[in-house]
Design a protein around this ligand. Sequence first.
Ligand code: SF4
Ligand code: SF4
Length: 342
Amino acid sequence: MSDNGKPKLAMYWASSCGGCEISLLNIHEHILDVDAIFDIAFFPCIADFKVKDVVGYPDGYIDVCLFNGAIRTSENEEMARLLRQKSKVLVAFGSCAYEGCIPALSNLTTREATLNTVYLDNPTVDNPERIIPQTVSEMPEGDLTLPVFYHTVKSLDQVVPVDYTIPGCPPEPHQIWTVVEAVANGLLKGAPLPPPGSIVGAEKVAVCEECARERNVKHIERFYRPYEINPDPNICLLEQGLMCMGIATRGGCGALCPLVGMGCRGCYGPVEGVEDQGAKMITAIASVMDVGQAGLHDEQALEKKIDALLDTIVDPAGTFYRFSMAHSMLQRTRANGHGRNN
Ligand code: SF4
Ligand code: SF4
């Protein structure tokens, strides 16, 4: 608690797109409540704070820190360690901090390949001298330094202990406010807080349980891209051959995507009790694939039919692990001699 009686709030942005900050500002008039309840101790996205401000705080000075973004660089890791030290409650806010999200899809390749794609082999890049950022550049005026770009993107809890997690890409504003209000009541009125380690601002059940679409027995003969069919507005999308991760994904968003005809992409992470969202989804799909009579007497014909069906899933790794790669059992691919954690 600060000297003026107000709890201190911080929000920090590591490797992410900025959507989490917008989602916090998107809690409408409750943003005024946040301002009334908390002193903002560090929030570089909206006000001019410096890292040295945080360094100067005593340990535990920040009551609640909402940390969004994955750990992609040495700077991200240093800030995670600093904010952990200075915060009583550290919250992994959003999918990148929780499970790596889109940045962690680069765990499917190497650091070198990622840098080459961004700085060299991209049709929109004009880089005739083929310059790639270096961690140290010697200049006449002195050395210029940049953070180290890690080979493997990590989630926040793979670097420091995390007290709570709010899933979502980004988390839904109504869920954010529920959590912020609960934390404020805990700090100011001694109301009970969820046990440390909890996932808050979400449901325990799957997105399917929030989805109003009619579900029947599924027989999937092939998958379609969203532009290839005009789905029935009332029937389960997966049943119609549109990829929907609702079965494997934690609810809390109100099944927003299926509501408007798009399959759930999985941004709230795995359902309660499931360690690996992609594996859960692969298992679910395997149980509803319909290959007809193909394999009754001919194993080769069965394999061919299964391969043809699987070929209709565009980018399987990017589909099943779009948000959860860093936190999955795989974490990354082994490529060019790199193992799991380097
Ligand atoms: S699979 Fe998707 S469309 Fe089908 S019920 Fe679940 S969330 Fe709804
Ligand atoms: S439906 Fe799925 S992808 Fe869409 S917001 Fe909800 S959890 Fe995220």
